[in-house]
Write a protein that binds this ligand. Structure first.
Ligand code: FAD
Ligand code: NAP
Length: 314
């Protein structure tokens, strides 16, 4: 493969928008590497109501469905493969792929986003996929008419609790404090939903079950009292960790500067400390973690990459 003008790592809102702007802006040889279906983590969301101009009830999957096709019209190529590492030799980037191939690029825009965090209670890993889940859209239907637990007090936990309350008999919302990070109108909606019971000042202790899967969760409140909640399904929404492994070099250092949480340090142009490398979306410092801002970052990074490549190759 010829040296790419730009390699885009990740096909979420940031990567797809970078793909649209780089190709439509004149870069001819651009590949977006996405290990799964393009669209990013919002495709796991059952509802999005804050993307500008989109009104009515729409799922994350509905929102993202047209994005890849729009990019392909302008020539963006999609490689469905995981990128295991990005390195730089001289002024050329090496893109190490999960299938063993290595591509080369003049510039890189990385938008590998984040992934759901585990809450850390006993049995969580053993029962993951057997009653413990991080995706209500994917697994909620298995609990139609049954009771479930949702863990967390952020936007994701409360929005997904509302979604599950429409399918399930009852939702226990377990949160370790008595105030929420989630937007106030979402908190109000949760409080006004009859089949959501708030279990506050309580942390998950241990999930238990049998060969068929989960049968319940022990939670401990701030006075140390243990309560058994008998449910077949537990959904954890306790935040996300940044996907930055691709930037790790063989000696354990990173290709560019990161902060203590592993988020990529960028300036307002999404430029990293490594020349020719931009980072966009949820993986960057101070990310608002919204589809609209990830898309905006992707556009900003793409415009910078176009100028950089034009100057480099002229
Ligand atoms: P991501 O969406 O995480 O996309 C990154 C992509 O990179 C993924 O597709 C991943 O497969 C790919 N990838 C990762 N590593 C590699 C690799 N090594 N090689 C190849 N590909 C790789 N935001 C809102 O604005 N409104 C909402 O209502 C809203 N609701 C949400 C509900 C839920 C349940 C969740 C989880 C998030 C929600 N968000 C919402 C946040 C929003 O989804 C994110 O802010 C946004 O998706 C970030 O986009 P991104 O492109 O930075 O990363
Ligand atoms: P978050 O805002 O980080 O919230 C995580 C929640 O989980 C917090 O309430 C936290 O409790 C709790 N928690 C963390 N670790 C825990 C543990 N080990 N055990 C029990 N509880 C634990 O994560 P998020 O809700 O996934 O949201 C991530 C980002 O995406 C946010 O910026 C959010 O605004 C954004 N987002 C936006 C929308 C929207 O705009 N509609 C929708 C979804 C997500 P504490 O509160 O006590 O820390």
């Amino acid at each position: 493969m010829a040296i790419l003008d730009c390699a885009i790592i990740g096909g979420g809102p940031a990567g797809l928008t970078a793909g649209l702007y780089t190709t439509r802006g004149g870069l001819e040889n651009v590949v977006m590497y996405e290990k799964g279906m393009p669209g990013g983590q919002i495709t796991n969301s059952s509802e999005i109501e804050n993307y500008p101009g989109v009104t009515g009830e729409i799922t994350g999957m509905d929102l993202m469905q047209p994005w890849p096709e729009q990019c392909q019209r302008f020539g963006l190529k999609h490689e469905m493969v995981e990128v295991t590492r990005v390195s730089k030799e001289g002024d050329i980037f090496k893109i190490y792929r999960g299938d063993g191939k290595v591509d080369e690029a003049h510039s890189v825009i990385i938008g590998t986003g984040s992934r759901p965090r585990r809450a850390g209670f006993k049995g969580e890993n053993d029962f993951f996929g057997k009653g413990v889940s991080t995706c209500a859209t994917c697994d909620g239907f298995f609990y139609k008419g049954k009771d479930v637990v949702v863990i967390g007090g952020g936007d994701t936990a409360l929005e997904e609790a509302l979604y599950l309350a429409k399918i399930c008999n009852k939702v226990y919302l377990v949160h370790r404090r008595d105030t929420f990070r989630s937007a106030p109108n979402t908190v109000e909606r949760v409080k006004n939903t009859d089949n959501i019971e708030l279990v506050l000042n309580s942390s998950p202790e241990e999930v238990y079950g049998d060969a068929m899967g989960v049968t319940g969760l022990k939670v401990k409140n701030k006075d140390g009292e243990i309560r058994d909640i008998e449910v077949p399904g537990i959904f954890t929404f306790v935040g996300n960790d940044v996907n930055n492994q691709t930037l790790m070099q063989q000696d354990g250092s990173y290709l560019c500067d990161m902060n203590e949480q592993g988020q990529v340090i960028v300036d307002i142009s999404m430029k990293t400390s490594c020349e020719g490398l931009w980072a966009a979306g949820d993986m960057r410092i101070a990310a608002p973690k919204q589809v609209v801002s990830a898309a905006g970052d992707g556009a900003v990074a793409a415009l910078q990459a176009i100028s950089y490549v034009d100057e480099k190759l002229s």
